[in-house]
Design a binder for this molecule. Structure first.
Ligand code: NAD
Length: 331
């Protein structure tokens, strides 16, 4: 079957998803949820979603009675994800939620529990898990082509503009760069090394405390240690332009990717040569892949489920604790 998806939060990333979904074979937009009537009207016309499948934040629980909606894709500010996802689950619909799934692990776990209780699936928008070059590298790692994985370096960031946007508002963002973009290095470390970290250390640099207020991190460098002895050394920032680079080396080979998580073509090479897998719009692959998860039980190479999201949230919690205390935090 085709996955019938309602988009919630009609902002910039939702626009990208909506456009990408026009090329999906297994997923389509059948509903819209927004607080702005004019957006509902415009998007409804553009994506052929009739008025009876358009909702606002006050009345969207009524999707419960709409058989034309199987899942809701929550693409709102981070601080709203948990409540909205839990409401979707209670309405009996599958939840697709953007990263970070919430603002801490407790929220993430509550989302997992709510979806389990409601008998619906919870998937997090980890689009890289469907991206062909990334999938190829993960498969190489699984096949032992790098030998024992030893070291990962992830650098994720961009220079953020408008000081009044929700990304710089602790309540709506849950934090700063780490929540938004540093999470790519965390998730990347885990899928590139193929292990879960057992400790983290972290140091914060804040050069503009006015723009990056309390609880909103500008730049954090962090380290993670893994059971095998592998280590990761990463940087998350809102104050350097287009920082998007992964490097991983094992006992027998290496991979470097730059860009490593951006929307455009991923580029990189391993000790065996350049990565040549095709570029396909990430969100198209993701939404078709998610339909296959939900309807065919076909799992991607690395999961995108709620538990996967909680793993990242626990690491983010630990990084913030490490910054605050200066301690090495055991996971
Ligand atoms: P955005 O500001 O462009 O869009 C957010 C939308 O939420 C807007 O339409 C806004 O009107 C709506 N909204 C609803 N309630 C709101 C409230 N109380 N305050 C402010 N806005 C409210 O942001 P975005 O870039 O589209 O990000 C949305 C989510 O998508 C975030 O969680 C972000 O982390 C995620 N995202 C993921 C990727 C990815 O590659 N996976 C990329 C960009 C954003």
């Amino acid at each position: 079957p085709i996955l019938k998806v309602a988009l919630m939060g009609l902002g910039s990333y939702a626009s990208r998803v909506a456009k990408a979904m026009q090329d999906c074979k297994r997923a389509k937009i059948t509903g819209l949820i927004s607080g702005t009537p004019s957006k509902l009207k415009d998007w409804g016309a553009k994506y052929d979603v009739p008025e009876k499948h358009r909702y606002n934040y006050g009345n969207f629980d009524a999707i419960q009675d709409n058989p034309e909606i199987d899942a809701v894709y929550v693409i709102t500010p981070n601080g709203l994800h948990a409540d909205q996802s839990i409401r979707v689950a209670k309405a009996g619909k599958h939840v697709i939620c953007e990263k970070p799934m919430g603002v801490n692990a407790e929220e993430g776990q509550a989302m997992v529990d709510a979806c389990k209780a409601a008998g619906v699936q919870l998937l997090i928008g980890y689009r890289m898990h469907f991206e062909p070059k990334t999938v190829h590298v993960i498969q190489m790692r699984k096949d032992g082509e790098f030998g024992k994985t030893k070291f990962f370096q992830g650098q994720s960031g961009f220079r953020i503009g408008d000081p009044n946007q929700w990304r710089l508002d602790k309540e709506l963002a849950g934090g700063g760069a780490m929540m938004d973009i540093g999470i790519y290095s965390i998730n990347g470390a885990r899928y590139m090394l193929g292990e879960e970290p057992v400790w983290v250390t972290a140091q914060e640099t804040k050069t503009d405390p006015e723009k990056f207020g309390k609880g909103v991190d500008e730049t954090i460098q962090f380290q993670m240690g893994f059971p095998s002895g592998a280590v990761a050394n990463c940087l998350s920032t809102y104050n350097m332009s287009n920082l998007d680079r992964f490097f991983m080396t094992g006992s027998d080979g290496f991979v470097e990717m730059q860009p490593s998580t951006g929307y455009g073509p991923i580029e990189g090479r391993t000790h065996k040569g350049p990565l040549t897998q095709p570029h396909i719009t990430h969100q198209t692959l993701q939404m078709d892949g998610m339909a296959r998860i939900i309807y065919d039980g076909e799992q991607p190479i690395v999961p995108v489920d709620g538990e996967e999201g909680v793993k990242d949230m626990k690491i983010i919690d630990a990084i913030y604790k490490a910054v605050e205390t200066g301690d090495k935090i055991t996971l």
